[in-house]
Design a protein. Structure first.
Length: 549
């Protein structure tokens, strides 16, 4: 966010013969494609062609392989296709900044949408004019193929480099397992410093190695392995850790799945394993055969004895029984006949039946598995099936908020996993979805719910969904709850009670967030009048109650 593009009106061309929007994209911090360099070339092109830049769309730190998570380009296409665009040209640095789509037809499709709306796309740093001529079309398609091929070649080179890096005993990157730490070493393998979360190396001659970390975490890891040999249950080990108040590194509670990842991790033997899974060019994640794994053994001092680790793996192998999908459905059908209904709780508690997550993994969702055995659940699961859709919309929404805030205040950093925006190092905003709930039989008004489990002090920025959670209704800004609260539920009449502020547009929400950051947020006269009226009514009710007594 430090290199985020901020365009000031005084720096824009003054010519008024044409109105243009500029689009900039930066996937890394390389100087050649920095937002400032792109903006400078675009500004020179606009001045030479007498364009006035009236709008900026930007994607910072986003790959050009797909349009997903590129809020800037998504908003640009949306404004153009819906007729909201107040410009007639889109200025882009070059074809690769528009995107490195692996299917060149996808890149052409987005440009065609602009052309169909009467808006021309100009590539400012290319040696050809995008005028629709035969030469222009040949060069443009060639550039698209070159941009896509560059990503494919780079992917192969990076993968080969990481494999060699791992074979030499160095950590390739990614999160570090519990009980371990990253140590930065120089070209002579001499330790320089310990890297904490967010730190990375900057010199080519430096490397990263793993070592046992905090002594308390190391003791917990050893206890987990020895305790599992006694109880032979991942959930039982997790329950004991939670009972004794031992937190995970993230501060969350232990679960059986987190214990399972620890007892299967060869890092605790001093080994580094790479390429178990792969997801090339942002495609589908696949599980690679063991012959393709890259393993480097005895890279650092082990935490767990090899004999203990092998005993644990033997127990895990004995507990795992592979059955066919037909057998899974047959057992589920027998459970339905015996219980009369199905639910995740019933599935997980039935001996001999795979877990509910296993059914989701094999059949896509529990509802699909239910239909295959002839069971129609009465539970409304529409929001569960649309969860991925709203997760993508929330990512685009957060990116748009960040882009809007960059011109109003200093944005420190954004955590895409926790959906947390930290400003000035002290104010946290968490992006959430306010889900609509069907009114109960005893109530005639609908309710909304926002998950706030274990959120520190800060603010929640939420998209409130309309009836049946099919579209966005408006936007909310509300404070987080204490650590013991898991959900905030409210109705339309209870917004003031929960100190919830409602906004119709993203721009209004962004301005309110900026005022909250700068400490200039004040209630409007209408809001103060409404609060005064409610306070007066409350005092009158209390007075009437005292008189009756």
């Amino acid at each position: 966010m430090v290199n985020a593009l901020v365009v000031h009106e005084t720096h824009l061309p003054k010519a008024q013969k044409g109105r243009a929007a500029q689009y900039v994209r930066m996937s890394t911090d390389y100087q050649r494609y920095s937002a400032q360099n792109q903006a400078a070339v675009i500004a020179a092109y606009a001045h030479a062609h007498e364009f006035s830049i009236v709008r900026t769309y930007a994607d910072h730190g986003e790959s050009g392989l797909r349009i997903k998570n590129r809020a800037g380009l998504t908003q640009l296409i949306q404004d153009i296709t819906t007729g909201k665009a107040d410009f007639d040209h889109v200025l882009v640095y070059d074809v690769s900044r528009w995107g490195r789509f692996q299917d060149t037809d996808e890149s052409a499709h987005y440009e065609f949408l602009c052309k169909q709306a009467g808006i021309k796309v100009a590539y400012c740093a290319e040696q050809f004019d995008n005028d629709g001529s035969m030469l222009s079309n040949i060069m443009k398609n060639l550039k698209r193929v070159m941009a896509a091929e560059y990503s494919r070649e780079l992917s192969v080179k990076v993968h080969a480099g990481i494999c060699r890096y791992v074979s030499l005993g160095f950590q390739p990157g990614g999160p570090v397992s519990y009980g371990l730490q990253r140590v930065l070493v120089d070209e002579k393998l001499e330790p320089k410093t310990v890297l904490v979360t967010g730190d990375r190396k900057y010199l080519r001659t430096d490397h990263v190695r793993l070592e046992p970390g905090d002594s308390k975490e190391v003791a917990v890891v050893r206890w987990i392995f020895h305790r599992f040999l006694q109880v032979r249950s991942l959930k039982a080990v997790a329950a004991e850790l939670n009972e004794h108040g031992v937190p995970r590194r993230s501060g969350k509670r232990w679960r059986g799945s987190s214990i399972g990842r620890i007892v299967r991790n060869e890092n605790y033997l001093g080994n580094i394993v790479y390429n178990r899974h792969s997801r090339k060019l942002r495609g589908v994640k696949v599980r690679n055969p063991q012959s393709q794994w890259i393993k480097s053994e005895n890279c650092f001092d082990p935490i767990v004895e090899p004999e203990v680790f092998l005993k644990v793996q033997k127990i895990l192998a004995e507990c795992r029984i592979d059955i066919s999908q037909e057998e899974m459905l047959s057992r589920l059908r027998q459970t339905l006949k015996r219980e009369g209904r199905l639910s995740p709780k019933i599935i997980n508690s039935t001996p001999g039946l795979p877990s509910s997550k296993t059914y989701v993994y094999h059949f896509g969702s529990l509802r699909k598995a239910y239909r295959l055995v002839g069971y129609d659940s009465t539970r409304n699961c529409d929001f569960i099936e649309s969860r991925q859709f709203w997760a993508e919309r929330l990512s685009q929404f957060s990116s748009r908020i960040i882009t809007e805030l960059e011109g109003l205040c200093e944005v420190a950093n954004f955590d895409p996993i926790r959906k947390r925006l930290r400003v000035n190092g002290i104010i946290d905003f968490y992006f959430k979805i306010a889900r609509w709930h069907r009114p109960a039989k005893t109530s005639f008004s609908p309710q909304w719910a926002v998950q706030c489990r274990r959120l520190p002090a800060g603010w929640i920025v939420a998209i409130r969904l309309c009836e049946d959670n099919t579209a966005a209704l408006d936007y909310l800004l509300l404070p987080t709850r204490p650590a013991n609260s898991n959900m905030i539920r409210f109705g339309e009449k209870h917004l003031a009670r929960h100190n919830i502020r409602r906004f119709k547009t993203v721009e209004a929400l962004t301005r309110a967030m900026a005022r909250r950051i700068t400490g200039t947020d004040r209630a409007s006269p209408a809001t103060r009048k409404g609060r005064s009226k409610r306070a007066k009514q409350a005092r009158s009710k209390r007075s009437a109650g005292h008189e009756r007594c």
